[in-house]
Design a protein around this ligand. Sequence first.
Ligand code: SIN
Length: 356
Amino acid sequence: MLRHQTARYLFAVMATMLVFAGAQAQKLPNVMILATGGTIAGTGASSTTTVGYTAATVGVQQLIQAVPELAKVANVKGEQVFQIASESMTNEHWLTLGKRVNALLAQADVDGIVITHGTDTMEETAYFLDLVVKSRKPVVLVGAMRPSTALSADGPINLYNAVLLAGSPEAVGKGVLLSLNDQIHAARDVTKTNTSTPDSFKTPELGLMGYIQGGKPFFYRASTRKHTADTEFDIANVNALPQVDIVYGYANMNAVALDAFVAAGAKGIIHAGVGDGSLAARVKPALIAARKKGTIIVRASRVGQGILARNGEANDDELDFVAADTLNPQKARILLMLALTKTSKTAEIQRMFYTY
Ligand code: SIN
């Protein structure tokens, strides 16, 4: 009798454990991986090839299969959105990607999104999405500095960390994130700082947001700027973005590139000036002329750190120019394109540069 009761008890305990294990498995977050190419999907001639390889050759299913550990942290599905090296990323790619991300995040069965991407323009795609994604669910951009065939390829661990992050409650509401090298960065502030080393991504001065360690994200900082669900930008009905180009400042600079961009119909120009965005004597008249023709001029800096002071090196009030705040030129270009979908008033555009 006692033996029967003990057997029944053990059976009940085992059944409960099985049900509990099943529930735990079902509780894994659903993370969608959108693949766009880059070095994370790149292949080299040999295991020691870490430069001079071919980016964007490995498909998303192969990327997922290479990291079986993903199944332990999320229910993962993959979709190949593009297969390109990120230097060829265009506004059209961004609009397609942004709309796809918004459509997926609107689904109740998607908890987070990972986007595999080339590292060269990853910070730009991340900031674009930070401004147009209409959801608080996590979106994480990830790449690799070494191709998938290299010794100590960084892609698999970066992908594992990104999936973990995209499925984590800690990442909800933090804006679009970028994760490589066990670190978490905010889309607005991160930048690529080294041509080839795995620790290339940094958030100079403002600091990274956190780390991923032991299968868990640790956050220490969040951006104070508005992002994702709190922005005023909506790309649902946008099929093309206004043309905005960047002119780079240097000693002996001339206005040839600026004039060419304006003649080609640029609606906005980012002047990536030296120092605090100073205007060279040979270039200032061309900038003033461009503004008079209707082109929006944003003063940014090529320095990479610090605030671009409004009315500092130029009288922006008088010239009707906009100051880029702390945005680097490539990110200022993105914000100006989106701003131009809403307004061409410089006071409004300046407000946006202090908001996002
Ligand atoms: C690319 O940006 O597509 C190539 C370089 C990289 O992913 O690291």
